[in-house]
Design a protein around this ligand. Structure first.
Ligand SMILES: *Cc1c(COP(=O)(O)O)cnc(C)c1O
Length: 409
């Protein structure tokens, strides 16, 4: 008899976006002529930039010729891309990485979910709340999260991020083995200052804590004082793994490419106290379970670092950030409390008169035909908020704001 991994059965049945789709479909059935605009799901809408398309075409042609064809590439990613990452994403910030500390992947979701394989099942984990669901669910699947009670997992330390604490998570008053941080944050769109991030690195150094740092949205940072990488903080290489992705940076949600940084100094302990470098362990894991990101995707990623690529990528980000500003200005002019949207493509909106997330979601859908994401779907501290994304196209964004204005004024 094959026994199932019963930890999977503990997961809530429905994925948040499936619940939303169900409600939107029910609305569409009863309102067949309504033009519904989605400011819900976190996917980009603008096409890949010309520099990327050109590189992909070229890569495809290479694959079609016997002297330039490529089969399996290195599991860790091609040297051309890892070197471009070191040179363009880190060196300008004074961070010196070795290409062997970079692991190219098929997007950050895979690695943010897989990374927990490197640590024992009985480590404690801490997450900011609300949170990107992958961090917790991947721990649930191997039994590290415990059982769910009142929307919280028994073995997870939740660090609430709300307007009351200015979305700055409190450092836990006890030891936690592993901390997940995501900045700029999905879903709240808020950022962390160098001073606050330094507190986390120092906490990790002092408590022998491992930090998983998701920087998928770093390209959206506008304020020059905000850190783009956790390695801008002294000592972070000893305690942190960083995740990056071309998905939100350059519209690669359908192309698939990202990377993980595992510094050579980073170690974790065996139960006997021997320090094990996680770079070796992750390399071993990848070589067994991953056969590399496609050459075409990696050439596409490399093209984002050319002079033209950088310029074009910046333009698209500025397009989305203009959407964010339009949304921010409209909502604040209506007297609504809005957070995020300044250094991230997400706006975290307090529901007016304290209604619940799902209730406000339905009101917005039925009154304005606009889809948002209920904040509570990202964790208990998300109750009373909704998330709007700036990833729509301009016309939709403006039309949605006009409707919200008409409805809420
Ligand atoms: C979108 C997103 C990612 C990136 O996902 P990909 O798999 O690279 O497309 C990673 N982390 C967060 C928090 C995200 O929102």
């Amino acid at each position: 008899m094959a026994l199932v991994n019963e930890h999977f059965l503990k997961l809530p049945n429905n994925y948040l976006f499936a619940d939303i789709a169900k409600k939107v479909n029910a609305f569409k059935v009863s309102h067949p002529h309504a033009d519904v605009i989605s400011l819900g799901i976190g996917d980009v809408t603008q096409p890949l930039c010309p520099a990327v398309i050109e590189a992909m075409h070229k890569a495809v042609d290479e694959m079609g010729s016997s002297d330039t064809f490529r089969g399996y590439g290195p599991e860790q990613g091609y040297a051309f891309l890892r070197e471009a990452i070191v040179k363009n994403d880190y060196l300008p910030r004074g961070i010196h990485l070795d290409p062997n500390e970079i692991f190219v992947n098929d997007g950050a979701k895979s690695d943010t979910g897989n990374i927990q394989e490197l640590v024992r099942w009985d480590n404690s984990i801490g997450v900011t709340d609300p949170i990107y669901p992958v961090y917790i669910d991947s721990n649930v699947m191997i039994g590290r999260a415990g059982v769910v009670q009142d929307g919280k997992w028994s073995n997870v330390v939740y660090m609430p991020c709300t307007a009351e604490n200015n979305f700055t998570p409190q450092i836990p008053d006890k030891r936690v083995d592993i901390i997940y941080l995501c900045y700029p944050n999905n879903p709240t769109g808020t950022v962390i200052s160098k001073e606050e991030l330094r507190k986390w690195v120092n906490y990790a150094l002092k408590n022998d804590t491992l930090i998983f740092y998701d920087a998928a949205y770093e390209a959206y940072i506008q304020d020059p004082s905000i850190p783009h990488s956790i390695y801008e903080i002294k000592g972070a290489r000893k305690v942190a793994i960083e995740f990056r992705s071309y998905s939100k940076t350059a519209g690669f949600t359908g192309v698939r490419c990202g990377y993980t940084v595992v510094p050579k100094e980073l170690t974790a302990s065996t139960i006997q106290g021997e320090r094990i470098p996680l770079n070796h362990l992750w390399n071993r894991r990848q070589c067994t379970k991953f056969n590399g990101t496609s050459y075409i995707s990696q050439k596409a990623a490399e093209a984002t670092y050319s002079a033209a690529g950088k310029e074009q990528v910046k333009e698209v980000i500025s397009y989305y950030m203009t959407n964010a500003k339009i949304m921010y200005d409209t909502l604040t002019s209506l007297g609504i409390e809005v957070y995020g949207g300044q250094n991230a493509p997400y706006l975290w909106v307090k529901t007016p008169d304290g209604s619940g997330s799902w209730r406000f979601f339905e009101q917005m859908l039925y009154n304005a035909h606009v889809v948002c994401t209920p904040g509570v779907g990202f964790g208990p501290s998300g109750e009373g908020y909704i998330r709007l994304t700036a990833f729509g196209d301009r016309n939709n964004c403006e039309e949605a704001m006009e409707r919200l204005h008409k409805w809420l004024k």
